[in-house]
Design a protein. Structure first.
Length: 291
């Protein structure tokens, strides 16, 4: 990739970024399409977010992805938000529209695309979601729009899950229940579920032996188990489900699809999805990344 005077700049802001997969994934996609862009990681000090956002305008950067710990804080410095980003209270993409910075959230749509490509259609399904954080918020927003039969949110902090449940019931007709990590609650929810989604970081590298506090013996034929963790590609939760013959969906698809949606938002060009997926899987299987 040759950087010239008219090369356009994209990037990612976060802290830390040392093992981020996004720069290699996006630069490979840009190179594949022969687009005159470069994608740069920008490590931003935790107290310098405003200056970093101002820099997007000042330097004429076309747009950036936003990752931990700035997805929520960044929206306070933007000029406008998509409907989804506004509802989620978080943005993972910022697009520079002639000096006007607009925030988007592609996490939920990325997750739904990963389900669809695996032949999993959540409409009319009884869904259990582990976690009530930012990822759960983005994903459940789309699950309600997809008209699932019911939602159960399971979270350590029941208050947080109840707050999210109340908001979700305000945007659709899906009944939403919030419960804690108590064993009896977990068992009842999972035994009645069609789709189980882990939106927590439990089982993420390097804690690969961990899994949510549930008993795999509660799994039953027909249950689909999803994990948004993508490193490792097969978490312990997914391995337990696979051992019992269940269909599983790993987190690579969500990561690639949210990146592809961001790519199209920022460049106006459809992303080369399989090229991006190939890069991510290569990095994860070769041990060149930690998340």
């Amino acid at each position: 990739m040759q950087v010239k005077a008219d090369t356009r700049v994209l990037g990612i802001i976060g802290n830390p970024l040392g093992h981020s997969l996004s720069p290699q994934m996006h630069n490979r996609a840009l190179e594949h399409l022969r687009l005159n862009y470069v994608y740069v990681p920008f490590v931003v000090d935790n107290h310098a977010l405003k200056e970093a956002v101002d820099g997007i305008r000042a330097l004429g950067i076309d747009g950036v992805n936003v990752t931990i710990p700035f997805k929520e804080a960044v929206i306070g410095y933007l000029d406008d938000l998509s409907e989804e980003a506004r509802w989620c209270g978080a943005a993972n993409v910022v697009k520079n529209c002639g000096g006007k910075l607009v925030g988007y959230n592609t996490d939920g749509a990325g997750f739904m695309a990963s389900l669809q490509e695996q032949g999993v259609l959540p409409g009319g399904q009884r869904v259990v979601v582990l976690g009530a954080g930012g990822a759960a918020r983005a994903i459940t927003y789309h699950l309600v729009q997809a008209e699932v039969e019911s939602l159960v949110l399971i979270n350590r902090s029941v208050d947080r899950a109840e707050a999210l449940a109340g908001e979700l019931e305000g945007i659709g007709d899906v009944p939403v229940k919030a419960v804690g990590w108590e064993r009896a609650c977990l068992q009842e929810a999972i035994e009645e579920a069609d789709l189980l989604i882990n939106t927590t970081s439990i089982g993420m590298y390097p804690w690969i032996r961990e899994m949510p506090p549930l008993d795999p013996e509660w799994f039953h034929p027909g249950l689909v188990v999803c994990d948004i963790v993508y490193n490792p590609i097969q978490t312990r939760l997914l391995m337990e489900a696979s051992m019992r013959g269940l269909k599983t969906v790993n987190g690579v698809g969500m990561f690639v699809h949210q990146g592809a949606l961001a790519f199209q938002l920022l460049t106006g060009v459809a992303a080369p999805l399989e090229v991006m997926r190939e890069v991510v899987i290569h990095l994860l299987t070769e041990g060149n990344a930690e998340g």
